[in-house]
Design a binder for this molecule. Structure first.
Ligand SMILES: [Zn+2]
Length: 76
Protein backbone atom coordinates (compact mmCIF):
# COMPACT_ATOMS: atom_id res chain seq x y z
CA UNK A 1 0.00 0.00 0.00
CA UNK A 2 1.00 3.63 -0.44
CA UNK A 3 2.93 5.09 2.46
CA UNK A 4 0.83 7.49 4.51
CA UNK A 5 3.86 9.31 5.88
CA UNK A 6 5.78 10.35 2.77
CA UNK A 7 3.17 9.52 0.10
CA UNK A 8 6.05 8.59 -2.22
CA UNK A 9 6.96 5.09 -1.18
CA UNK A 10 5.15 1.80 -1.07
CA UNK A 11 5.02 -0.38 1.99
CA UNK A 12 6.07 -4.01 2.12
CA UNK A 13 5.02 -6.66 4.60
CA UNK A 14 7.72 -7.26 7.19
CA UNK A 15 8.13 -7.91 10.87
CA UNK A 16 9.62 -5.58 13.42
CA UNK A 17 10.54 -5.42 17.08
CA UNK A 18 8.44 -2.98 19.06
CA UNK A 19 9.86 -1.35 22.17
CA UNK A 20 7.53 0.00 24.80
CA UNK A 21 8.17 1.24 28.28
CA UNK A 22 6.19 1.86 31.41
CA UNK A 23 7.32 3.68 34.55
CA UNK A 24 9.25 0.68 35.83
CA UNK A 25 9.76 -1.68 32.94
CA UNK A 26 10.84 -1.97 29.36
CA UNK A 27 9.11 -4.31 26.98
CA UNK A 28 10.25 -5.63 23.61
CA UNK A 29 7.79 -7.44 21.39
CA UNK A 30 9.52 -9.39 18.66
CA UNK A 31 8.24 -10.47 15.26
CA UNK A 32 5.37 -8.00 15.08
CA UNK A 33 3.81 -8.05 11.59
CA UNK A 34 4.13 -4.61 10.03
CA UNK A 35 4.07 -2.68 6.78
CA UNK A 36 7.36 -0.88 6.22
CA UNK A 37 7.82 1.96 3.73
CA UNK A 38 10.59 1.29 1.23
CA UNK A 39 11.25 5.05 0.92
CA UNK A 40 11.16 6.58 4.38
CA UNK A 41 11.17 3.53 6.61
CA UNK A 42 7.96 4.46 8.40
CA UNK A 43 6.30 1.46 10.02
CA UNK A 44 2.54 0.85 9.98
CA UNK A 45 0.50 -1.74 11.82
CA UNK A 46 -2.85 -3.30 11.05
CA UNK A 47 -5.59 -2.53 13.55
CA UNK A 48 -5.74 -6.15 14.75
CA UNK A 49 -1.99 -6.14 15.28
CA UNK A 50 -2.10 -2.90 17.24
CA UNK A 51 -4.86 -4.30 19.42
CA UNK A 52 -2.91 -7.49 20.08
CA UNK A 53 0.17 -5.41 20.94
CA UNK A 54 -1.93 -3.53 23.49
CA UNK A 55 -3.03 -6.82 25.04
CA UNK A 56 0.50 -8.15 25.19
CA UNK A 57 1.75 -4.91 26.77
CA UNK A 58 -1.04 -4.85 29.31
CA UNK A 59 -0.30 -8.40 30.37
CA UNK A 60 3.47 -7.96 30.31
CA UNK A 61 3.46 -4.85 32.49
CA UNK A 62 1.58 -6.70 35.22
CA UNK A 63 4.73 -8.72 35.86
CA UNK A 64 7.51 -7.49 38.14
CA UNK A 65 10.28 -7.90 35.58
CA UNK A 66 12.12 -4.76 34.49
CA UNK A 67 13.16 -6.10 31.10
CA UNK A 68 10.44 -8.03 29.36
CA UNK A 69 10.63 -9.74 26.00
CA UNK A 70 7.57 -11.15 24.27
CA UNK A 71 7.14 -12.69 20.89
CA UNK A 72 4.11 -11.66 18.90
CA UNK A 73 1.69 -14.50 18.24
CA UNK A 74 2.94 -16.78 20.96
CA UNK A 75 0.76 -17.39 23.98
CA UNK A 76 2.24 -15.60 26.94
ZN1 LIG B 1 7.19 6.53 3.35
Amino acid sequence: MRCMACAAGDTVADTTTLSLSSKSARLSIECVPAHVCTQCGEVFFDVEVAERVDEIAEEAFTTDAADIVRRFGEPS
